[in-house]
Design a protein around this ligand. Structure first.
Ligand SMILES: [Zn+2]
Length: 89
């Protein structure tokens, strides 16, 4: 049997046409120092614990900021359960 490689994706329903859509994650973009902070968070490492030599090679994905539907509509994307931070800080 042929194997299929599954990749993570975000699923969302278009509020305009009702279509179910899938959007791929995008590589996270970090400011100075944020990548190490994110690596430690996702790997449950305290600040004093040493990092592996290849830690900077680990890709950390984020959700896309904007998604579009085949009907032509484009939307700002937020994670389910996360506050919409686009309106104010
Ligand atoms: Zn649509």
């Amino acid at each position: 049997m042929t194997s299929i490689v599954l990749r993570m994706a975000y699923v969302w329903d278009c509020p305009a046409c009702g279509s179910k859509n899938y959007s791929y994650p995008v590589p996270a973009v970090f400011e100075d120092g944020e990548q190490e902070e994110a690596y430690r968070f996702f790997n449950n490492l305290d600040d004093w614990e040493p990092l592996p030599d290849d830690w900077e090679d680990m890709r950390i994905d984020d959700c896309p900021e904007v998604v579009s539907c085949s009907c032509g509509m484009v939307f700002d994307a937020v994670i389910d359960g996360a506050e919409d931070i686009s309106d104010d800080d």
